[in-house]
Write a protein that binds this ligand. Structure first.
Ligand SMILES: [Ca+2]
Ligand SMILES: [Ca+2]
Ligand SMILES: [Ca+2]
Length: 261
């Protein structure tokens, strides 16, 4: 037996808390999403409760949750990025714990469903899902649909790109690696009158579930124009998400970055 069991126990509890705190993106083998039935779950304010779902083909996934407290429901890709129309905080029937989403999965593969708590420290819930494989809904895969698939950009060099919402290209991911520490600023600018209303998000490589900073400020009175700034260390990688601010984004934009030491 250990000579200091209370200390050992405390350390184990601390380690468990650290693991739980990072559970949103690094959960060990999340439970399978219950299909055609409901299952009981629990969520705490420390981390979302995550389920996994493997689609064999494109199709439609519907998920419903009923919780005692106010929760949100989100369907994400395997990097933890919400799918278009994949987030719900609708508070159905006037109850913050009732949420439902129905989302098109554009290709087979791994997906995640997250139940996150908005109110209080802990809540029990019921969750259930339905799946209809609909291979005809498959769309050409957006090559930079996830952060880890985006092109690497050089600081100081301007880059022109475009979105095409009808073709399933609702956002573009890029990465920028800082060679020195300093303040990294990324800006978006319109290319022409057809440039879409954009939002800009910056993520640090250790936290892909939520942005460090988001801009939808429509600078200079232009809905395309955005700017976001984040402090970086030497060698740090920052992921950049360019996305439609609303609806179905289609059109060209220009992106540039600068680093002030
Ligand atoms: Ca809610
Ligand atoms: Ca894209
Ligand atoms: Ca905007």
């Amino acid at each position: 037996m250990s000579q200091h069991p209370p200390v050992v126990r405390l350390l184990l509890l601390a380690a468990a808390a650290i693991v739980a705190g990072t559970a949103v993106t690094h959960a060990q083998a999340p439970a399978a999403l219950p299909l055609g039935k409901t299952a009981a779950g629990q969520v705490t304010s420390r981390a979302a409760t995550v389920y996994r779902f493997t689609a064999q083909a494109a199709g439609v996934l519907t998920v419903a949750v009923h919780a005692e407290s106010d929760v949100t429901l989100t369907v994400t890709d395997q990097d933890g990025q919400a799918l278009p129309e994949g987030s719900s905080d609708r508070d159905l029937y006037g109850s913050g714990g009732n949420e439902q989403v129905s989302v098109t999965l554009p290709e087979g593969g791994e997906y995640r469903v997250q139940v996150a708590l908005l109110d209080g420290s802990s809540s029990k819930f019921e969750i259930g899902a339905g799946w209809v494989a609909m291979p005809a809904f498959a769309r050409a895969s957006d090559p930079d649909r996830r952060p880890t698939l985006g092109a690497a950009l050089d600081i100081g060099r301007s880059h022109e790109d475009k979105l095409d919402g009808d073709a399933g290209d609702n956002w573009d991911w890029f990465s920028i690696t800082a060679k020195t520490s300093g303040t990294l600023t990324v800006i978006l600018r319109s290319v022409n009158d057809d440039s879409p209303d954009l939002a800009l998000e910056l993520y640090t490589s250790d936290e892909l579930a939520k942005p460090s900073v988001r801009s939808d400020d429509d600078l200079q009175g232009n809905t395309t124009n955005e700017s976001a700034t984040v402090d970086v260390k030497a060698g740090q990688k920052v992921y950049v998400k360019v996305m439609g601010a609303s609806g179905n984004p289609t059109g060209s934009y220009r992106l540039a970055s600068s680093l002030i030491q």
